[in-house]
Structure formats: C-alpha cells, structure tokens
Design a protein around this ligand. Structure first.
Ligand SMILES: C[S@@+](CC[C@H](N)C(=O)[O-])C[C@H]1O[C@@H](n2cnc3c(N)ncnc32)[C@H](O)[C@@H]1O
Length: 469
C-alpha cells in the first residue's frame, strides 16, 4: 500500500477520537486503516495519506454506502475542530459505541467476565459544558485547537458549550478589537492574551471569567476599565479574574491570579448541596450528569459508613453523600481545592466531614496503620488511575466497599484486576459525561466478599509488623 492509493473499505470499529477503522487485505495481512470522521457501517472509498509499519491513515474521498448511524454534523466547524469526535454519528450510535469502548477496555484489561451495562445518556447533549478554555487566534477571535495541532478554529457555532458563554466571548473579542490588544504567539513568546477560561454554575447561572495573559503584573492589561464595563453588563457575571502565565508551555493557567471584579468564587449546587468554586478548582463539566453519577455512588452507602472520598477535589462527591454516612474524610492533593472543600462543608452546615490536603497513596498508607478505618471508599482518580502504592494500601485497609468512578475505563479495569483477589466487582455502568467527544465515565462498586482472604491478609500484615518491630 502506498500514499495516495484509493481503497474501498467497510468500517467495522471506531477509535476514541472518532476515526473509523477498516481493513484491507494486503498479501497475507489484514492491514488496518484509520479513517477520520468515518462511522461503523460506512462503506467508503478513501485516499491513503500516511502508511506506517502496522497501519495506514486515510481520508474519505467518497461515501459509497452510509452507516445507519451517520448524520450531517450540526456543528459548522466539526471537520476542523479537535474538540468533538462524534458529530457525524447519531447520539444513539455514539452511546452504543461508548458502551462497546468500556466493554472492550474490560475485555483487554480485566481477566474475568464482568457485566457492563448500556451507557447512560447525558441529560443534555448540547450546551452541557459549564467550562470552556479558548485559545486566542492571531485574528483576535477565540476558538479551539484543530485536531493534532495548535491552529485555532473559530468557536462560532460550537453547541456543546453553554449558550450563556457566547456574549462573554463576544465582549472580550470586542474589547480586543477596540483596544488593539495583541494575541499571544506561541512561536515567538510575544503578545498578551493567551486564553479565555470560562465557568458557569449550572443551577445558579453565575459566570466566572478568567483571562490568561502573557504578563507578570496586573497593570499589564490595557483598557481594563473598558473590559470590565463590557463584562459586568452581562447577565450572571459574578467573577472576573486575570491569570498570569509567562511560561512557554501548553498548561493554560499560570500560578498567579488577580481578582479584577466581583466575587472570588462562583456558587452552584449539586444534588441540593451548595458549592463555591474558585478558578483553580476541579469541577465536573457536565453538572447534571455528574449529579446522576454522584447519586449512583451514594446508593451504595449506609448510615454506619465511615466514608473516605479520595481525590475529592472541592468535596463534591463526599459532601453530597455526607447526610447518608456517619463520617466523611476527603483527601485531595491541591491545597486550594481542600480550602474550598472545608468552606463548602461549613456553607452547608455539614459537621461530620473533615478534609485534608495530601497525596492519596500516602494517606492510604497512614490510614492502614490506624485502628479507625473507613468502611467505604469512593475513588475518582485522574485518567492514569490508581498508583500501585494506592492499590496496595487499599488492600491493607480493606474497606467493605470501594466505589470506583473513572474517566478512563482502561485504567479502571486494570485497577479492578489488581484488586481482584479481595474484591468482587458489581455491574460497571458507563455514563456519557461528555457527549460528542470520545470520553466516557464509568462507575462500579466493589464488595469485599472473601472474608477468608481478608483475614489471611490481615494476619500477614500483623506478621510483617511484628517482624519490623
Ligand atoms: C477526576 S478529578 C475528581 C474530583 C472530584 N472527585 C469531583 O468529582 O469533582 C481528580 C482529582 O484528583 C486530584 N489528584 C490528582 N492526583 C492526586 C493525588 N496523587 N492525590 C490526591 N489527589 C489527587 C486532582 O487534583 C483532582 O481534583
């Protein structure tokens, strides 16, 4: 196979970033071809644009027979923008694919049969994002990076962000245009405005704006009063921050912030509990679906539980479960998030909760040594999953149940395999938290059902401690 060859392929599978996978027979091999914006069931003629040792990449030159799931993308920039992967597939098709993705991840990473339920649809598939991070293009408009590049494509017409963000984007762009404000250039490191970071409380409608600039001091912002006058008129505007980032880096936010206008935090509620959110804190981007996931997690808890909420962020999961359990301990590595978690507990008059800024694995190791151990642990780690140390310490503590919420089914399945000698998983439930993108969240409750194994491990641990003493 060579570059520019035209081949006819039936698409049989998809990647997480929305490319279709088909195969061509080359001699004795079935050679996989990855085809952008193809859908399972499509029969397409595609032009090969890259040939590597084990696969090729193609682009569709003609759709010969469309997949039953194929739709015309509602988004005008879907072909260029790297944000969404499934604009060309019906939502039903996308959900089916996400269910398959989780089943496949378990097949590859978990060495026993396990039940994976059908993916739970998101309550909304448009306007569901409560947060946007928009780089500024050199023509002074905000947008998204195109796939595999840092070329900015316009955000106009994007319908996954909440529509209340549109007048905010327009106001900042108008301020840039009126005052000749320079966009940051990644190659030269020159220019002022890098990103517009937006957040909105799903239930409260409060909006936070954070403008990231390539500057070290607050007075670097030209025509600040003009910017604030434009923003403060917008419905729901609550908080305007400036963030300073002079590093040549892909990381959006720098370490220093300065409040320009309004409140330090916006407020929102999740499952009836109030939360104050600062620009630095992690906050789930699809509030309605996160509420469903939290309610699912809470359904496994009982009034006698001592609950450990690991990777707790600003305390959202634990605090929404606090009235169901005897005691709540939250652990999170970001100091500012723990400060928010403590304030959030006080704001809601929750008195059975304590929060600590610490590394999850180290905290588990300490807890394993204490007599007062959690009976239930909720883990919601970043994409890389639990560290080997965290898994080992969880086994030492051996809580009755571990409720594992994950944004990466492959690492979740891997971690369940590592816990398999002590824990039996229930049904895995995928949740579509990020419609139109290739990401999927999944929840599973593990029960410690093998009492004999638990006793064996406890005795083994005591033996080790005796030897160490
Ligand atoms: C997927 S978020 C979950 C946050 C929270 N549970 C929620 O639903 O909003 C993962 C969190 O883990 C935190 N984190 C990352 N590494 C950590 C570590 N080694 N120890 C403790 N927390 C960590 C991150 O700061 C982030 O807040």
């Amino acid at each position: 196979m060579r570059k520019n060859d035209l081949v006819t392929v039936t698409v049989t599978d998809m990647t997480f970033d929305g490319a279709g996978i088909g195969h061509v027979e080359t001699g004795e091999r079935r050679f996989p071809i990855f085809i952008r914006a193809a859908a399972v069931g499509d029969r397409v003629e595609c032009r090969i644009i890259k040939v590597l040792k084990n696969y090729a990449v193609g682009i569709i030159s003609e759709i010969l027979t469309p997949s039953p799931h194929r739709i015309s993308p509602a988004c005008p920039v879907s072909a260029k923008c790297g944000g969404c992967a499934f604009c060309h597939v019906s939502y039903e098709g996308e959900l089916g694919y996400k269910t398959q993705l989780v089943r496949q991840a378990y097949k590859l990473n978990y060495p026993a049969p396990i039940t994976v339920a059908d993916c739970v649809p998101s309550p909304a598939t448009e306007g569901y994002r409560n947060k946007l991070q928009l780089p500024l293009s050199d023509d002074g408009t905000f947008g998204f990076y195109s796939l595999h590049s840092h070329r900015v494509v316009s955000a106009q017409g994007c319908n996954v962000g909440h529509p209340a963000f549109l007048p905010v984007i327009a106001a900042v762009e108008a301020w840039i245009g009126a005052n000749g404000v320079s966009p940051y250039d990644e190659t030269t490191g020159k220019g002022l405005v890098r990103h517009l970071f937006l957040r909105r409380g799903h239930h409260s409608g409060q909006i936070m704006v954070c403008l990231t600039v390539n500057a070290a001091a607050k007075n670097a912002l030209p025509a600040e009063a003009d910017l604030l006058s434009r923003l403060s008129k917008i419905d729901g505007m609550t908080s305007v921050w400036l963030n300073f980032n002079t590093k040549k880096t892909n990381v959006i936010l720098g370490d220093c912030f300065s409040l320009l206008w309004g409140e330090e935090r916006i407020e929102d509620t999740m499952n009836g509990v109030r939360f104050r959110i600062s620009p630095r804190s992690f906050y789930q981007i699809n509030t309605a679906q996160a509420e469903a996931i939290y309610a699912h997690a809470a359904s496994y808890l009982s009034a006698e539980d001592i609950l450990l909420d690991l990777y707790c962020g600003i305390g959202t999961i634990g605090l929404t479960c606090a009235n169901k359990v005897k005691e709540l301990i939250g652990i999170e590595v970001v100091d500012a998030a723990i400060e928010d978690a403590k304030k959030n507990a006080a704001l809601n008059g929750i008195e059975n909760a304590r929060f600590f800024a610490a590394d999850a694995a180290k905290t588990l190791e300490i807890l394993a040594e204490l007599p007062h151990k959690p009976t239930a642990v909720i883990v919601d780690p970043p994409r890389k999953g639990l560290s080997a140390d965290a898994v080992a310490a969880l086994k030492e503590i051996a809580p009755e149940k571990i409720i594992y919420i994950s944004c990466n089914p492959a690492t979740q399945a891997r971690d369940l395999a590592l816990l398999k000698d002590l824990y039996v998983p229930g049904e895995v439930t995928p949740y579509d938290m990020f419609p139109r993108t290739g990401h999927v969240e999944s929840v599973v409750c593990l029960s410690r059902e093998k009492a004999d194994d638990y006793i064996r491990i406890s005795v083994h641990t005591k033996d080790l401690q005796t030897k160490a003493n």
